[in-house]
Write a protein that binds this ligand. Structure first.
Ligand SMILES: Cc1ncc(C[n+]2csc(CCOP(=O)(O)OP(=O)(O)O)c2C)c(N)n1
Length: 636
């Protein structure tokens, strides 16, 4: 027990056991302190914010009523689990969250026995809870299982699949449906419309529900029929429905949870919360405060952006999309619930009819695009690299096999930084480059990014343009809509001196910049490969013939990545040039700043230099080539 100045209760409540010992009449004061602590801490360090203000009472009530960690709390995503972390021994380290070596950004089994199931991607909690309950039943263990999922999380296919299965199995699982009527942006979908009607009918409007459920129409009216019996939808699926109740009323919450604690079969408790609760600026604009950098804990103001800051790749994409849409009336844009993060705000305002937010439904987003492409539209799917992982079969089966012209704008390729292992776009080159018909591009600067997007849009086949988080080197991109010749790399630096051994770096995407920096010191040639698929085979062989060491450089895992693709070309040509493949390691990289993580993986310019110099020292490269049975160009 440690006292924290200004917080009478927080120092005394660090574990669920301590929470359970606290007199009930002190719980509201505890919630007030927790909220203040979140506002102060996150104002200082940034992080996921508004959703956490919404789960304070819920976290208290759940840990109070259930015997955690014996009873299992399975939180969805984990961006809203900071109060849970605070109540499970991690309050003092909250200020390290998302930092290198600090608390994990989401839920992490290795971090706490209370993080029953690791997360970061959404909508997994119902499946995991079903699995946990099935295991308990098989092993004859008596424990309660609770899944806590938001209304955004509930919009995903996985959540529906689990509801379907859980309702059928009839296991004792309580689903807490944390409905704040918001995803990161406004939640969308017919289920959302249904919930909004239900909540309104019960007179429990949260501030964000002030939005109309949908433009009034006959379908909307039909929907009201179900509302006469709240929860009929869930009951049809085999759940007992309770609610909706006020998720900030600790007494009501605790009472309901006590009632449901030992109930048999699947239960669903509908809880209405307010995203940003208790911090006026966040309540007023929960989108802005979903994830934050530092802010003023009194006014909510963010520090002014430095003037002249370079645009992010996300912004470059957003600007290109609007320009391209002006020119091409068939262009449509699709996002699985990431309007802000993917740079689609302006497009959604300028072209509302051509903008589709499908909810957290990556699989659907890709097959939806395929359907649209069949009918002659030109869909651009704006999706984070990490979230495309969910739609891999849809990409292969629905888009690539049918060779449909869908453009994938893959944001957050490579290391993303503070969101950590669940969110790095570490695998896309590997999983994309083996798909027939797909053109895979990676820009090294802003202008290249626009040109690659235009190239993809002009093609009669699927394509992906994969760019990193953050900004590029600052090349003016204007309103350029030029295209590039497919499969052609470009030399961006020739080696000047006569230095031996000669080194050439074949760099992909964002790695071109650090390659150029390292090449200055090493006097290496640098090629901007541009295309991961199709590769510029001619360029690879040309460089292989002219060099003593060929280096491949990518911010994708080395295994199966772009460097592997280069190796395959060389092997097929019986070329024996020594090769050094640099890329992400064969283990999961945790969180930190992007710079810290790149340095840790030796993918900053200093690390690249070191790795190349080490390789040059390790062998006499000229001698090695003489000893080998083949000359550099593959002839015996
Ligand atoms: C598969 C996947 N897609 C997208 C995201 C990005 N994401 C994180 S939180 C979130 C919104 C979740 O909404 P909800 O479950 O209602 O929680 P709230 O923030 O409203 O409390 C989204 C889209 C994700 N984590 N996982």
């Amino acid at each position: 027990m440690t006292d924290i100045p200004g917080y009478a209760l927080l120092g005394r409540v660090n574990t669920p056991a301590e929470l359970r010992r606290l007199p009930a009449e002190e719980l509201t004061a505890l919630a007030v302190e927790m909220r203040r602590y979140l506002i102060e801490t996150l104002g200082r360090i940034g992080g996921h914010f508004a959703a956490n203000l919404g789960t304070v009472e819920l976290s208290i009530a759940l840990h109070r009523v259930f015997d955690t960690p014996h009873d299992r709390l399975v939180w969805d995503v984990g961006h809203q689990a900071y109060p849970h972390k605070m109540l499970t021994g991690r309050r003092a380290r909250l200020e390290t969250i998302r930092r290198h070596g600090g608390l994990a950004p989401f839920l992490h089994r290795a971090e706490s026995e209370h993080d029953v199931f690791g997360a970061g991607h959404s909508s997994t909690s119902l499946s995991a809870a079903t699995g946990i309950a099935a295991a308990a039943r098989l092993k004859g263990e008596k424990r309660r299982v609770v899944a806590i999922i938001g209304d955004g999380g509930m919009s995903a296919g996985m959540a529906f699949e689990a509801l379907n299965h859980l309702g059928h199995l009839g296991l004792d699982v309580l689903v807490v449906y944390n409905d704040n009527d918001m995803s990161i942006s406004e939640n969308v979908g017919a289920l959302r419309d249904y919930s909004a009607r239900l909540v309104r009918k019960m007179g429990m409007d949260a501030p964000h529900s002030a939005r109309a459920p949908r433009e009034a129409g006959s379908e909307g009216e039909d929907n009201l029929a179900h509302v006469d019996r709240p929860g009929a939808l869930f009951e049809t699926l085999g759940f007992r429905y309770a609610g909706p109740i006020d998720g900030h009323d600790l007494a009501a919450l605790t009472r309901q949870l006590e009632l449901l604690k030992d109930a048999k079969g699947p239960q669903l408790l509908h809880v209405i919360t307010v995203k940003g609760k208790g911090f006026e600026p966040a309540e007023a604009d929960p989108i802005k405060y979903h994830g934050v950098t530092q802010f003023d804990p009194v006014t909510g103001d963010f520090p002014l952006k430095k003037p002249g800051a370079r645009p992010s790749y996300t912004q470059v994409f957003g600007a290109w999309l609007c320009d391209a849409a002006e020119k091409n009336p068939d262009l449509v844009a699709i996002t699985p619930a990431m309007r802000e993060g993917s740079g689609l705000v302006e497009f959604s305002q300028k072209f509302p009819q051509r903008y589709f937010d499908v909810g957290i439904a990556e699989q659907h987003s890709v097959t939806l695009a395929a359907g649209m492409a069949c009918e002659g539209l030109r869909p651009v799917v704006a999706i984070y690299s990490t979230f495309l992982q969910r739609a891999y079969d849809q990409l292969i089966h629905d888009v690539a096999i049918q060779n449909l012209p869908v453009v994938f704008a893959l944001d957050r390729g490579g290391l993303v930084g503070a969101d950590g292992a669940t969110h790095h776009g570490a695998f896309d080159f590997s999983f994309l480059r083996c798909i027939p018909n797909l053109v895979v591009m990676a820009p090294s600067d802003e202008l290249e990014c626009r040109r690659m997007l235009s190239t993809g849009l002009a093609l009669n086949q699927p394509s992906a343009v994969r760019y990193p988080r953050g900004s590029g080197p600052g090349v003016e991109a204007g309103h350029d809509l030029e295209t590039l010749p497919v499969g052609k790399a470009r030399i961006v630096r020739e080696a000047h001196g006569r230095r031996r051994p000669r080194v050439a770096i074949l760099a992909f995407g964002a790695m071109v910049q650090p390659a150029l920096e390292a090449a200055e010191i090493l006097d290496a040639a640098v090629v901007d490969m541009r295309f991961v698929r199709p590769l510029d085979t001619e360029m690879i062989l040309e460089q292989a013939n002219a060099t003593d060491l060929l280096v491949t450089l990518e911010d994708n895992v080395r295994l199966g990545g772009a460097g592997s693709a280069v190796n395959e070309v060389l092997v097929a040509q019986h070329h024996t040039v020594p090769v050094l493949n640099l890329g992400l390691p064969d283990h999961f990289v945790e969180h930190g700043t992007r710079e810290e993580l790149l340095a840790q993986c030796a993918l900053d310019s200093a690390g690249i230099q070191r790795a190349i110099q080490k390789r040059l020292r390790a062998k006499d490269l000229d001698e090695e080539s003489r000893r080998s049975g083949f000359s550099r160009d593959g002839r015996a």
